[in-house]
Design a protein around this ligand. Structure first.
Ligand code: HEC
Length: 186
């Protein structure tokens, strides 16, 4: 009886061990979900970091104008706001598939495809650049410019008038003229 009880307990434990070791979603065939790293994407884009398969860096042909990214080539479109223009999926279709649809890119990356992780990193960087540039154009700097413009002019006028408070009034010769006029006997 005692032994039976013990083996029953073992069975129950074994049952739960088996149950919990079965994955809820069997996704062993699906790709793992990769998350892009915008920093790494930026380094890949600018060429600070080489692509695994030695493809040319994107800014060889493309420009992204955000702070801290050196300006790139002008052969192809500026990609600063390509996510807004094309959506993330649309943009990715240009560099995320092999072969790439654009002839120049197809040629350049034909036997040097980007890895899946690199594609995600580039996507993260392009999204980051897009957001940055949008925030920049959305923030209105006109008010500050006007303020410092008018303020600056007023300040300079004040400085120069105080510096020149003892400036000569009238012409340089007026004193000589007056002296001479006094000596002239009418
Ligand atoms: C050899 C030059 C070259 C390189 C390198 C290159 N591209 Fe391109 N890319 C082009 C050309 C040319 C086009 C199509 C014409 C255009 O957009 O000016 C294009 C188009 C694109 C577009 C579509 C732009 C739009 O708004 O239509 C995206 C997105 C893009 N490239 C991303 C990339 C990324 C990301 C890389 C780096 C992995 C890269 N490209 C590397 C030449 C290049």
């Amino acid at each position: 009886m005692n032994i039976n009880h013990n083996s029953l307990l073992k069975l129950v434990v074994l049952f739960f061990v088996i149950i919990y070791s079965i994955p809820l979603h069997s996704d062993s065939t699906a790709d793992p979900i990769l998350t892009g790293d915008a920093g790494r994407g930026q380094d890949l884009f600018t060429g600070r970091l080489r692509f695994t398969n030695n493809g040319p860096s994107c800014n060889f042909c493309h420009n992204v104008s955000i702070d801290g990214v050196m300006s790139g080539g002008t052969l192809a479109k500026d990609l600063t706001q390509c996510i807004s223009r094309l959506t993330a999926v649309g943009a990715k279709s240009f560099y995320g598939n092999t072969p790439m649809p654009m002839p120049q890119m197809q040629e350049s990356y034909a036997d040097k495809p980007l890895t899946k992780q690199e594609v995600e990193d580039i996507s993260a960087f392009l999204l980051h650049a897009d957001n940055l540039s949008k925030n920049k154009s959305a923030s209105y700097t006109g008010g500050a410019m006007l303020f410092w413009g008018i303020g600056g002019v007023a300040f300079l006028m004040f400085v120069f008038t105080s510096l020149w408070i003892k400036r000569k009034k009238g012409t340089v010769n007026i004193d000589i003229y007056k002296r001479q006029m006094r000596s002239v006997d009418y």
